[in-house]
Design a protein around this ligand. Structure first.
Ligand code: SAH
Length: 253
């Protein structure tokens, strides 16, 4: 009897942002595969084998999951946020595409999760109310020239931009290069938000402008949001202003 692979989105952090579907499946799986910091969120229980691994071995992790499923296990492959957004769903399908024929017949199901840009947007108000795009700044898997081309195209198209993977210890410089480029493309007054560890105890939201932003505040737990020309703030007597990108293009101009 063959098993099954569930690719499960754990959301941005807190348990209340995990879907009921994902919670139920996490109770059923026999094996859990994922990056240490994600599998660490799951409480051990009898009958569950947890296989934590390093961040860089996504394809190995996927092949391991597929092999376990072929041997009859019910495997959960976990990702933070949504598993389809810069995460494990693509890695698992890439392994299937390049793997043995029998992997294609496996039962594989992707369970959605709340992505970081949605959580960050919820904290800020409605920055994604108009057209937006998401770009990963990590150049581990693609050349930096392509990232630059996409940042230029996003500005040309006047999209709100959600930047994932803005910086890490191994890549401290890209976010500075990205801001240098964005400053030549968008007005200095453009609203910019750094939403760090959204939903976790160490959450921190910095709301600023493209002209004044310090890209150094971004780390690997930060989602950076760059406004479009229609994105603006609504002042409030207390706390941070709301960030709004109106749904109607004329309204905010
Ligand atoms: N699949 C995930 C994204 C994986 S890429 C999702 O849908 O959210 C990892 C990047 O996601 C991080 O570098 C950061 O940019 C962003 N991220 C993940 N969790 C976050 C959180 N709680 N707060 C802010 N950004 C987060």
């Amino acid at each position: 009897m063959t098993g099954k692979v569930y690719v499960i989105g754990l959301g941005p952090g807190p348990a209340h942002w995990l879907t009921p579907e994902a919670s139920a499946v996490l109770e059923q799986v026999t094996d859990l595969i994922g990056y240490f910091s994600y599998v660490d969120r799951i409480a051990p229980r009898p009958g569950l084998t947890i296989h934590g691994s390093d961040n860089r071995v996504e394809l190995d992790r996927s092949r391991h999951a597929l092999e376990l499923a072929l041997s009859g296990k019910i495997v959960g492959v976990v990702s933070g946020g949504d598993p389809g957004v810069f995460a494990m769903a693509a890695a698992v399908l890439e392994a299937v595409e390049n793997g043995p024929e029998e992997w294609r017949a496996l039962d594989i199901e992707v369970l959605p999760g709340v992505s970081a840009m949605q959580a960050a947007a919820a904290r800020l108000g409605a920055p994604l109310g108009g057209d937006f795009c998401a770009i990963s700044l990590s150049d581990n898997l693609k050349p930096w020239e392509l990232i630059e081309r996409r940042l230029k195209a996003a500005s040309e198209g006047d999209f709100v931009v959600a930047l994932y993977n803005p910086a890490s210890k191994a890549r401290p410089k890209q976010i500075f290069d990205a801001f240098d480029l964005l400053r030549t493309l968008r007005p200095a007054s453009t609203p910019v938000a750094f939403a760090r560890a959204v939903g976790r105890p160490d959450e921190r939201i910095v709301l600023t402008t493209l002209g004044e932003a310090d890209p150094g505040v971004a780390d690997m737990s930060t989602l950076v949001m760059i406004g479009a020309t229609t994105t603006h703030l609504i002042a409030r007597p207390d706390g941070l202003p709301f960030v709004l990108t109106p749904r109607s293009y004329e309204a905010g101009r």
